[in-house]
Structure formats: C-alpha cells, structure tokens
Design a binder for this molecule. Sequence first.
Ligand code: AMP
Ligand code: MN
Ligand code: MN
Ligand code: MN
Length: 286
Amino acid sequence: MRYDFHSHSHFSDGTLSPTELVQRAEERDINLLALSDHDSVSGLIEATIAIEQQGLSVKLINAIEISAQTDFGEIHIVGLGINPKGPALVEQLAIQQNKRWERAILVSEKLDSLNVPGVLDFLRQNCVEVVTRTHMARALVELGHVKDNQQAFKKYLGKKGRVKVPASWMPMEQAIELIHQSGGLAVIAHPTRYPVSNRRLSYLIEEFKLAGGDGIEVSYPSLNPDKRIWLEALRDKHDLLASAGSDFHYPDLRWTDLGRFPPVDVNVPHVIDKLQFVSESSLNLQ
Ligand code: AMP
Ligand code: MN
Ligand code: MN
Ligand code: MN
C-alpha cells in the first residue's frame, strides 16, 4: 500500500490541476492520495471526477491544510477524511481566504512603496483561488524583481524579509474543531519546519493533543533520520497517530515528488487505521 497524505494543487500553491495531480499519483503507483490544499477544498471535486471518469485506481482522501495560530506561532493542520461540504468548515474557509487576499493587498502595497511594482496585478491574474506567499514569490520572479523563489523569501517575504507579512489565522483549537465537525482527523503538519526550539516544539505538540489533535506527520522529505526518530518518540509520548506525506507542490522539485518520503514503521498507530474506507487488507503499509 503506497500512500501520500499531504499534497497541493493549483487551487492553492501547487502548479498541477487536481486532474494532473491524480494522474501523477496513478503513474507513481500511489494507492491513497490526500489532496490537502491550503485553506481550500475546491480541488476535491475535480480530483474525484477525474478519478471516476478516467477509471483510475488511486483513491482520494478529501483533505485540507489549515493555517492556524498558536501561542508558539503559526502552524499548519492537515485535516484528513473531511466532508468538504461541512457548513462550518466552508464558512470559515471563506473567511480565511478573504484574509489571505487582504494580506496580499497589504503586501503588494508595501512592495509598491519599495519600488517593486506589479505584484497585485500578477496575483489577480494567476491565482486560481487561494493566494499564498508562494504566489507572491512567483510574481517577484516572473516580474524580474528577484532571481528565484528562495531569493523572494529571503529578501522580501520570509521571516527576516523587508515586507512584514501579517497574518491573522484562526486559532488552533478552532481549526481542530472544524476538522472534527466535518468528520476528519486533525494532523499537525511538518512539525520541524516551525521556527521554534525542540523544547517549545514539544510543548506545542502537547497543546495540540490537549486541544483534541489526532495525529502528527512523522515522515516527510528533508527530515533527517535523527529528527525522524525524535518525532516518533514525541508521537508515542503524546499518544498521537502517525501520518506522512510529500507536501508535493511542483513536479520540478524531484525530492518532494508524490510518495517520496521515508516509510513509516508499520507497527505504530497510524491515521490510515482510522480512515473509514480503507479495507482491512490494505493495512499493510508500503
Ligand atoms: P502562506 O500560507 O501564504 O504564508 O504561504 C506559505 C507557503 O509558502 C508554504 O506552504 C510554502 O509552500 C511556501 N514557503 C514558505 N516559506 C518558504 C521558503 N522559505 N521558501 C520557499 N517556499 C516557502
Ligand atoms: Mn505551500
Ligand atoms: Mn504546510
Ligand atoms: Mn503543505
């Protein structure tokens, strides 16, 4: 059983359409794919239709990646197995998407004032739905203001960049509740990517569990083996389910291609055990 429980389409900051994404999953022999766009469920319908119409064998897990606020800073929470029509979820995602556009306008104005023009027009023309800093970085590259994505984050959009990018995401507790209300499992995404010490990360995960969190990503690209062992210990300590995914955004980044992350120990409690449509015979992971 090959799975990938974290991926993006062009409805957020991926470059592939949901149709292209499920086709790629099929080519890469993935059996279970979670499409988890940032603050959007819009790609799930297209992905479902593409699988049906083309008779693909990959199964889709309806998912989302919600940006949320905690006392330790911003985190991302993946909701797996959600009902994308859950009314509370739909309502709150619309609010979060609006906040994203408000932020994009502020960022573009600031960039204009720094003599870096054209970003808002680019975003309006190129965003399918959700606007993210990845789109802003792409705008800066395409408009010739920086040489690549990395430079865009370093110079302007990252933590130490020239543009402060204020965000007011929903609280972690609310994100977890929305995921639960819509029937999903709440998983803390890529824990080692948050700019906090190990000690604070451990507290953060404790808070996540206390708030009702269900799982934790313990394997993803660029996670070194020592950190993987450490995350597995944290998972065990806080009695969370294991999850894993590539966080796929674009085909050109080969090391984050679909399904490309170290396998998770088959003996640990895993989100796959709780996702309803998974049959007994498919529990034999990877
Ligand atoms: P946002 O949710 O709008 O703040 O955008 C966050 C997205 O930007 C993440 O999901 C990543 O895909 C991307 N991102 C964040 N930091 C970096 C970075 N330093 N380099 C490249 N991409 C980044
Ligand atoms: Mn992203
Ligand atoms: Mn993320
Ligand atoms: Mn992601």
